[in-house]
Design a protein around this ligand. Sequence first.
Ligand code: NDP
Length: 257
Amino acid sequence: RRAEGPEERRLLELFSYGLMAMGAVSALLLRFIPMPYGRYSSRRFGWLVPARPAWVLQELPSLLVPLGLAACGGAVAAARPNRVLLGCFLLHYAHRALIFPLLIREGKPTPFFTFVLALLFCAFNGYLQGRSLTTYATYPPGWLGGSRFITGFLGWLIGMAINIHSDHILRNLRKPGETGYKIPRGGMFEYVSGANFFGEILEWFGFALACCTIESFAFALCTLFILSSRARQHHKWYLEKFEDYPKDRKIVIPFLY
Ligand code: NDP
């Protein structure tokens, strides 16, 4: 029997504050240690898991957990706004867990520690967003036609398009068999070093506006903390590595940061 009710509602709220705190603490730690995967991958953080299976397995819980919750859901899960919002979340993770890993070329392997952290994060956040949208988030009639939903949905959509397009640019910097790094150019990379991260941040803030739940806002904030730290590391790394790196490029937020 599921523990549905005010106590679980309160628990999800506490988890959301926990997620925000975790994002802030991670951002602090990431000032000293680069997030150990990709170009900063290291055996110091455990044996290395090949990039493709690592991405599939670590991201899959964010797809399967909310799907399972939706399948067992009642009236809230069946409401149209809830189905649309959960659909946005699932679409992102269907791409991240099933399509993105097939597209990456010669990605660096992920240390076991990073892999486990990502897996736990995806299971936890999949539960948090899934449970919120299938059990507790209720919307007034006409929510899908209102300004908050429409603005948020557009932010989510544009963010996802920027994220996918920027990852496509990165992927195509290498010729088959190459493993080195080049200066990314085109698209949002003309403005920021972390164009793929900017897209993902925009996506989850748009989602949070469309959902208007503490759970979705906590996820957006956590994404901002973590991905802006990774973008800052990449930016610094590019400036050290390439003398001709464009000096007017910002870190992750166009024209601002
Ligand atoms: P990176 O930008 O570090 O790398 C993405 C891919 O592009 C890797 O395969 C990488 O190769 C390659 N690449 C990156 N830069 C270059 C370059 N200059 N020249 C050649 N190849 C390059 O992104 P992440 O791996 O950190 O993230 C991948 C996706 O996952 C992003 O869309 C990101 O938004 C998302 N993500 C979301 C998180 C969240 O909290 N929601 C957390 C982390 C990631 P290599 O592996 O060899 O470095």
